[in-house]
Design a protein around this ligand. Sequence first.
Ligand SMILES: Cc1cc2nc3c(=O)[nH]c(=O)nc-3n(C[C@H](O)[C@H](O)[C@H](O)COP(=O)(O)O)c2cc1C
Length: 221
Amino acid sequence: MDVIDALQSRHCTRAFTEKPIDRELLMKVLDAANTSPSYANSQPWEVFVVAAEPLKKLRNVFIEKFRAGIPMTPDIPMAKLWPEPYKSNIGSTGAAHLEHLGIARDDKAKRAENLVKSLNCFGAPAVIYLCLSKELTHWSFYDLGLFSQSLMLAAQHYGLNTMPAAVIAVYPDLIREELAIPDNLNIILGIAIGYGIPGDLNNQFFTTRRSLDEFVRIKGI
Ligand SMILES: Cc1cc2nc3c(=O)[nH]c(=O)nc-3n(C[C@H](O)[C@H](O)[C@H](O)COP(=O)(O)O)c2cc1C
């Protein structure tokens, strides 16, 4: 698959089959992501993959904690205030997503049910947790973003689907304990990986983007 095809065909997969992901294939994806550039080649990414029984255990406790009303305490706090136009981009995407799923904005029960599906790691057979040393700066977040996108494009090339999700890292203590993640690392993001269920409503939501003239300024060409 060429890179443009991978970019254009990647989108969020929010419902996976149970088909396990082959370890060798996973290593190929990670190997490709490992070619990503980083500030002064610092290569700040630390990666923890969880699958099978340990993942089932994690999903179950995520859902248990949520149902018990235990507050979500991600290592990187959720951003509360978004300036315009980003706030509107988030608002319109969220509204379109709920409409696509047929969930009314004020239907708390259905929204909670949908959140449970997310906390179930979307049913994916594996999750890749991306971590960074707590001593690093903004530059390393930049690098981890590059690594993430490389990983998702490589997955696409190898016929796998992905789902980057902050929501599967909202109970970091549980993940840290299960995966023996050292205390000096922040758990930044989980990327669920596997095979999407074709035709599932959750996988048929397609987001839009701003047009280039809204954010590109060019002088000289
Ligand atoms: C850092 C990051 C965190 C995200 N967290 C979540 C999440 O917690 N739940 C979710 O449903 N989607 C999450 N997403 C997916 C975005 O909502 C999605 O990428 C965006 O709406 C664009 O849609 P697309 O990926 O299908 O093109 C996250 C994406 C990124 C890059």
